[in-house]
Design a protein around this ligand. Structure first.
Ligand SMILES: Nc1nc2c(ncn2[C@@H]2O[C@H](COP(=O)(O)OP(=O)(O)OP(=O)(O)O)[C@@H](O)[C@H]2O)c(=O)[nH]1
Ligand SMILES: [Mg+2]
Length: 305
């Protein structure tokens, strides 16, 4: 993992963009209305979101308007406010044997990759893991998940291309129970929140799983692409109205300068961010930690090398 956390490494682009510009704006460090406005504008452009951007600049206004502070002091005020906006998710505990996790989200968000990485994480903890190819829409999707199953050493359940995803989920629950699995991860096809027939298909998946056990699925995780910006907030709200989401996974935070979006996601939605994707490799999914995230955004230049 090197000297810095995966989160901090992954946020290098965001940090460079955010800090570079903020430092330019801060100049000599006299906090004026003009400076606050520039900062607000920059934060919004950097996808921190309107609410979170206002919260950050308000904190600065309250604590420092008219004062001359060093850049470090100003950054510290911003960090403190970010710390207030974010919460660490409650610890993730397996609630059943098997613990069943349904993974949903829009097309290309990173669902299948996240399942592969999660399977790897649970295996590393000594768990018996099964992954199920509930994305029956394309043959390639089934094969993609199978490759992840092989890589992570997880059991694999599939049906044919075009078959009913609810049947796959049902069989996975049955097989997972029979084989004594600790965790079952169920993949689904990407879908837009406003396609009602596709949302209905997901509801059916959930209904069918509950025929096994009322507590299934223990988790419904929504995977969101950290690049998508403010749109994700609305999408997530609509998904959450249809399904009680138990957690979010924010992916692709490594490839983007918009990693500040996590602040807006966290401040506008009351759904815990469980894991964050920081690269395509199997070990580049890590539990979300607000301290590491805030360090990743604001930690100073000298440490960036
Ligand atoms: N850089 C980076 N790439 C990622 C991350 N997570 C996923 N990807 C890439 O994003 C692309 C889409 O990932 P998938 O896992 O196939 O996404 P999906 O949601 O399953 O897509 P559909 O099944 O088509 O809806 C792939 O090229 C992944 O390698 C991440 O955290 N960082
Ligand atoms: Mg997929």
């Amino acid at each position: 993992m090197g000297l810095f956390s995966v989160i901090k490494q992954g946020l290098a682009k965001t940090r460079a963009a955010l800090l570079g510009e903020i430092k330019g704006i801060l100049g000599t460090g006299k906090v004026t209305d003009e400076l606050l406005e520039q900062l607000e504008e920059h934060l919004i452009r950097a996808d921190v979101g309107v609410e979170a951007s206002f919260a950050l600049t308000d904190a600065l206004r309250e604590n420092a308007l008219g004062k001359s502070l060093s850049q470090d002091q100003i950054l510290q005020i911003l960090r403190n406010e970010a710390n207030r906006l974010l919460v660490d998710p409650p610890p993730f505990v397996l609630q059943g044997k098997p613990h069943v996790i349904l993974v949903i989200g829009v097309n290309g968000a990173g669902k299948t990759t996240t399942i592969g990485k999660l399977a790897h994480r649970f295996k590393a903890e000594g768990k018996k893991v099964m992954v199920a190819a509930g994305d029956t829409f394309r043959a390639a999707a089934i094969e993609q998940l199978e490759a992840w199953a092989q890589r992570s050493g997880a059991e694999f359940v599939r049906h044919q291309e075009g078959s009913d995803p609810a049947a796959v989920a049902y069989d996975a629950c049955e097989a997972g129970k029979a084989r004594g699995c600790d965790v079952i991860l169920i993949d689904t096809a990407g879908r837009l929140h406003n396609k009602e027939h596709l949302m209905e298909e997901l509801r059916k998946v959930v209904r069918v799983m509950r025929k096994h056990d009322e507590s299934y699925p223990h988790d419904i995780l929504l995977v969101i692409d950290g690049n998508t910006g403010q749109n994700t907030i609305n999408q997530t709200k609509v998904f959450h109205q249809s399904f009680p989401l138990s957690g979010l996974v924010v992916t692709k935070l490594d490839g983007t300068a918009r990693g500040g979006s996590v602040l807006s996601i966290a401040s506008q939605l009351k759904i815990p961010i469980r894991w964050v994707g920081m690269g395509e490799k199997i070990d580049q999914l890590v539990p979300f930690s607000k301290t590491e995230y805030i360090d990743g955004l604001f930690e100073n230049a000298m440490e960036q090398e």
